[in-house]
Design a protein. Structure first.
Length: 312
């Protein structure tokens, strides 16, 4: 099997009441951990690369790592997706370079400019059978090149979604209902809350259309505690409760993005390993357990949040 786009994945997810995991990748161990988990659980998967990942690993290395995963696990559908593409040029470069799906993030632009530039990306990507995700509304938080202050965030306006999707021709839409990027999604004492009323209204206005949630890591306390225990400093890291994400996956949400939880699992495992084995210096010694931690995190997400086990 070769890389696929997200169209068939989302069609099945919508009708099946589950979501496909979109996991950010930066290196070989992360790609391996994610795809090994998905292969064992027979789950479809989206491997996505941010601007930061493309800068760190380079476009070519990322594509070849994902192609290797496809060769290792031909039994599951794998899509390679650009996360938060900042411009038409970057989206075009990714389509030309082997990505099967791209996100154009025009959420910071005036509405009409977002429509115009998204349509341009769609026109190009569809020529090469690549799917396109866009965004309406703005999520708060910081992750790679995305940084939005809390007072600049805004919920998606349901009154805009039909016009936007019709005029742009996008294949999926990321909306803002209370998730946020990074590991500090809520202030201490603040009750996490998602605007399911907005999600419901959007789904009624766009029946059968796949919705995406960004900033959906749960910031698993186990790994935050481990990081802090072994020399880290992450006070007050709070994420999205998993039961809320599972509810969203039973509605119109077909893609749930996970990045911070992978980072936390990997970093916590490496910190613990160094503390327990101060004499070790072979990268394979600590990256092996880190890869297993990634695998375990993805297995957990598939079973407890996404509901896509056995859907490959």
């Amino acid at each position: 099997m070769s890389l696929v786009n997200t169209k068939e994945m989302f069609k099945k997810a919508y009708s099946g009441g589950y979501a496909v995991g979109a996991f950010n990748v930066n290196n070989m161990e992360i790609v391996q951990g994610i795809t090994e988990a998905c292969a064992e659980l027979k789950a479809p998967v989206i491997l996505q690369a941010s601007a930061g990942a493309r800068k760190y690993a380079t476009h070519t290395y990322l594509v070849k790592l994902v192609e290797a995963a496809v060769a290792e696990h031909p039994e599951i559908p794998i899509s390679l997706h650009l996360d938060h593409g900042p411009s038409y040029e970057v989206c075009k470069d990714c389509v030309d370079g082997g990505f099967t799906s791209v996100m154009f993030d025009g959420s910071s632009k005036p509405y009409e400019e977002n429509v115009e530039e998204t349509r341009k990306v769609v026109d190009y990507a569809h020529k090469y059978n690549a799917t396109v995700e866009a965004e309406l509304g703005r999520l708060a938080g910081v992750e790679d090149a995305v940084s939005v202050e809390a007072d600049k965030a805004q919920y998606t306006d349901p009154d805009q979604v039909q016009d936007f999707v019709t005029r742009t021709g996008v294949d999926s839409l990321a909306i803002a209902i209370g998730t946020s990027h990074g590991a500090y999604k809520f202030k201490p004492g603040q009750k996490p809350q998602l605007r399911f009323d907005i999600l419901k209204e959007v789904s009624e206005r766009l029946p059968g259309f796949p919705i995406v949630l960004h900033g959906a890591s749960s910031v698993v306390p186990e790994f935050v505690k481990m990081i802090n225990t072994y020399g880290g400093k992450m006070p007050d890291a709070i994420g999205i409760p998993e039961d809320m994400l599972r509810k969203a996956a039973t509605m119109a949400v077909c893609k749930i993005n996970v990045d911070s939880d992978l980072r936390l699992a990997m970093t916590a495992t490496v910190r613990k390993y160094f503390a327990e084995h101060p004499d070790h210096f072979d990268p394979r010694q600590y990256l092996g357990p880190a890869r297993e931690a990634i695998k375990g995190m993805v297995e957990h997400k598939i079973k407890c949040v996404l509901g896509c086990e056995g859907k490959a």
